[in-house]
Design a protein around this ligand. Sequence first.
Ligand SMILES: NC(=O)c1ccc[n+]([C@@H]2O[C@H](COP(=O)([O-])OP(=O)(O)OC[C@H]3O[C@@H](n4cnc5c(N)ncnc54)[C@H](O)[C@@H]3O)[C@@H](O)[C@H]2O)c1
Ligand SMILES: O=C(O)[C@H](O)COP(=O)(O)O
Length: 395
Amino acid sequence: MANRILTLNQISVRGLDRLPRESYEIASEFSHPEAILLRSHKLQPADIADSVLAIARAGAGVNNIPVEECTRRGIPVFNTPGANANAVKELVAAGLLLGSRGIVAGSEYVHTLGEFTDKGELNKTLEANKKRFKGNELHGKTLGVVGLGAIGSLVAEMALTLGMEVVGYDPALSVDAAWRLPSEVRKAEALSSLFARCDYVTLHLPVLDSTRGLVNAELLSAMQPHACLLNFAREEIVDEASLIQALDAGQLRKYIADFPTPALIGRDDVILTPHIGASTDEAEDNCAVMAADQLRDFLENGNIRNSVNFPTLLLERVGGCRLAVTNQNVPRTLNSVLTLLAEQNINVIDMLNKSRDEVAYNLIDIDTTPPEALLSQMRGLDGVTSVRLIGDCGK
Ligand SMILES: NC(=O)c1ccc[n+]([C@@H]2O[C@H](COP(=O)([O-])OP(=O)(O)OC[C@H]3O[C@@H](n4cnc5c(N)ncnc54)[C@H](O)[C@@H]3O)[C@@H](O)[C@H]2O)c1
Ligand SMILES: O=C(O)[C@H](O)COP(=O)(O)O
């Protein structure tokens, strides 16, 4: 039977084409899908049918998905780290320029001059007024990058090529991300010192319980009055009431963000884009291809790459059929699963077991197709969250 993939946002055709139509049905409505593929659609727990085996986010942030609920139900959630990083980096480059030069106000001003028919008169007026739109250069200024993962590291590199000094802060930096960072990036020991010393601060961290409202009144008051804050990460990381207070009090010159809210729209000291950080053909293709490939490998082989709640686990197929078993990360559960197989004289050919926090995941290759009754018995074992049989052993 074909796997049904429910799409909850428009997903690039390049990605959908990675799922062969002989074995995948794709639609924006299914009552019992095997998997969900989405972008920023806000997914509610009640929208996840019992049939769902996996959820793939074509993008970075997973704050629109009830990840804890998925973990509880044994559903891996995948994302596509880095696949849209270049798109965001380029928009941040634009944001820095919009924050340093009179581009938006200058362009809006020019469009008010529609009544001029004489080119000479128009030029005279432009030349007389252009001083109102004077800016500053980025070269020699200091950029603070908060979060030095896939996007932050590219932004840091880009800013260095513009001749900026770069200071970074990331208390959870991975070893791989540290290797990617240019050596010129200086490390800030505390957020407050980064906010105090920078002309521009750009945010590139996920929204988590620990980062919601991270940019608060205290940090904003540490900023220099000519400084700009850029937020292409998530709205919730900046405490809006404190932000508005800081702008009103002249503690911050400009806020440039990808997340409009009613209170920010219409302010001269705010530049807003409609959440288009990842909206390029290239990023949409990259994210969709990566998400579809990861989903397919999971559905067809049980392999897990780039999950935000399951351990990474890749086991090559050696023939036979495969059991994908998820259980609570506690002693003896795997032993009980293996005992059930042994009692039925089912031989294990290959096996891999990994855990992450409270989740343990196992791929067990066996030489005999287990009867449905055995699978039911396995599902009923203490601590077992889900059991899936992949393929048919032919005996
Ligand atoms: N505007 C857009 O369209 C758009 C596009 C892509 C991503 N995003 C947002 O950007 C975020 C980052 O994306 P990414 O691909 O770089 O993710 P990433 O996982 O590669 O990097 C995030 C980095 O933030 C760091 N971090 C976590 N907590 C931190 C803290 N308290 N202080 C400083 N750093 C902290 C992590 O250690 C990690 O290095 C995403 O989670 C998403 O919310 C927005
Ligand atoms: O987290 C992300 O990847 C971005 O916010 C992009 O979201 P989108 O896929 O809805 O454009």
